[in-house]
Design a protein around this ligand. Structure first.
Ligand SMILES: C[S@@+](CC[C@H](N)C(=O)[O-])C[C@H]1O[C@@H](n2cnc3c(N)ncnc32)[C@H](O)[C@@H]1O
Length: 240
């Protein structure tokens, strides 16, 4: 069985994604996408006409960094220092970055299947039994995405650093921040993997008003997407 359930949850919904993509393309500025996630907005922006070399994407997670390192021509996947700690999942003698990347993505998928209930246990068994086919399918998806965004710049960076670096620039900024506290830490918990993980804390949804405060008076064109109850007070000078 091939798994079609998304590995990454929380992509910017289509309507918002296309709106952002068109705005970014029409503004014709360097485009900074913090919290790049599954790069769905980067992909849409490039499709809308933004040159990939004008895109500066960033995130802190392994899932996003694998994609970013494959898409940025100045980066090498091996520099992420990924090591598989479970000998039964080890991959020996593979020099093909897409093969390795798809294998690691599938380990992330396996980790999402809970071992504490029967459903999760069966799903893990099925995935392990169809590993090679599932890895090929994962590889095809990865290749398509990377092809669509190839040539972008990517870095591992905290959204707060990106905001302080670009807010006074003549640039466009977009972020869709995490909606749930520690949501991505839990989504991609990987005790069987090690990598050069940055010591940057996941963005806390409670800090969203602070982000608005910082971006309100910014010179750059800033767009944010957040799906939640609107309990926060939006600063009056915040661009809408
Ligand atoms: C809602 S998702 C973004 C989805 C993306 N807009 C898309 O459509 O593909 C949020 C992302 O923020 C990232 N993230 C969490 N804390 C961060 C931080 N402090 N700095 C940068 N990125 C962070 C997570 O790793 C996750 O990939």
């Amino acid at each position: 069985m091939i798994y079609t359930e998304p590995l990454f949850l929380g992509i910017t919904p289509t309507g918002a994604r296309n709106y952002v993509a068109e705005k970014v393309a029409s503004l014709e500025r360097p485009f900074f996408n913090a919290c790049a996630g599954r790069f769905s907005v980067v992909e849409a922006a490039i499709k809308a006409g933004v040159p990939p070399q004008n895109v500066f994407a960033s995130d802190i997670g392994l899932f996003s960094s694998i994609i970013g390192y494959l898409a940025d021509p100045s980066k090498k996947l091996e520099d992420l220092g990924i090591r598989i700690l479970d000998p039964s999942l080890e991959l020996k003698g593979v020099n093909d970055p897409f093969h390795f990347a798809a294998h690691v993505m599938l380990i992330l998928k396996l980790n999402q299947m809970k071992q504490t209930n029967l459903r999760g246990l069966y799903r893990r068994e099925e995935l392990l039994a169809s590993w090679d086919r599932s890895r090929d399918a994962m590889r095809r998806q990865l290749e398509t995405l990377v092809q669509n965004i190839a040539g972008i710049h990517y870095e591992i960076a905290d959204i707060w650093d990106v905001v302080s670096r670009v807010s006074q620039e003549d640039a466009t900024f977009y972020a869709s921040v995490p909606h749930y506290a520690r949501g991505y830490t839990k989504m991609f918990a990987a005790p069987n993997l090690k990598w050069n993980q940055p010591t940057i804390p996941e963005f806390a949804p409670k800090d969203f008003p602070l982000l608005l405060e910082k971006l309100g008076p910014a010179k750059c064109h800033a767009l944010l997407c957040r799906r939640c109850e609107w309990e926060e007070t939006i600063p009056v000078n915040c661009p809408t």
